[in-house]
Design a protein around this ligand. Structure first.
Ligand SMILES: [Zn+2]
Length: 191
């Protein structure tokens, strides 16, 4: 028998959020809703960004390089759409500086664009305090939960730490050769 319901099943991981990156042309303006950024080592694997799983991480075992990506949530002006923003360690410097001097990222207005509007141009980030009374910010979403949905991870997740305890192994030589050809990671997009 089919099980008819008038509600879709609830995802125990919470709600997903669309992911945005700094575009080649134009800029992102975001009113940040989260207090802090969160990030982790990731791989460009199978045509998408996936988190490095640390021990027994398949991309690590296959010799894929890793890079840290940071995430925060915010509201886009106009549509007031709640989104996740992905950024690199280099772009994170401005964000952590702002966080450390203001004790929070919430209600900051973040602007990001690329140097010379190039696809892989350096991301230029600036933050300034927004007017909390006028922003009418919704509560901060669960960013790790939203990432778990994005990455299709189980609901259980570890608590974030302030430092990476164990850095992923980076191999400089291809781990194996098949058909005489070395396996090569795809070219990762810049975030
Ligand atoms: Zn890994």
């Amino acid at each position: 028998m089919p099980q008819f319901t008038t509600q879709p099943p609830e995802d125990p991981r919470g709600h997903g959020l669309p992911l945005i990156r700094t575009p080649a042309n134009g800029k992102i303006v975001l009113a940040i809703t989260t207090d802090n950024l969160i990030g982790c080592p990731t791989h460009w694997y199978g045509g998408r960004t996936v988190p490095c799983e640390g021990e027994n991480c398949q991309p690590c075992l296959e010799g894929y390089p890793w890079r840290w990506h940071g995430y925060l949530a915010g509201i886009l002006p106009g549509t007031r759409r709640h989104v996740l923003m992905e950024f690199t360690a280099q772009a994170a410097e401005q964000i952590t500086q702002y966080r450390d001097s203001h004790q929070t990222l919430r209600a900051a207005i973040l602007t990001a664009n690329r140097h010379r509007n190039r696809h892989n141009g350096r991301v230029i980030v600036s933050l300034k305090p927004g007017d909390n009374d006028h922003l009418h910010l919704p509560p901060a979403p669960d960013v790790i939960g939203a990432l778990s949905i994005l990455w299709n991870l189980p609901a259980t997740k570890g608590e974030p730490t302030d430092t990476i305890k164990r850095l992923p192994t980076v191999r400089t030589t291809p781990p194996h050769k098949s058909n005489g050809k070395a396996t090569k990671p795809n070219t990762a997009p810049t975030a």
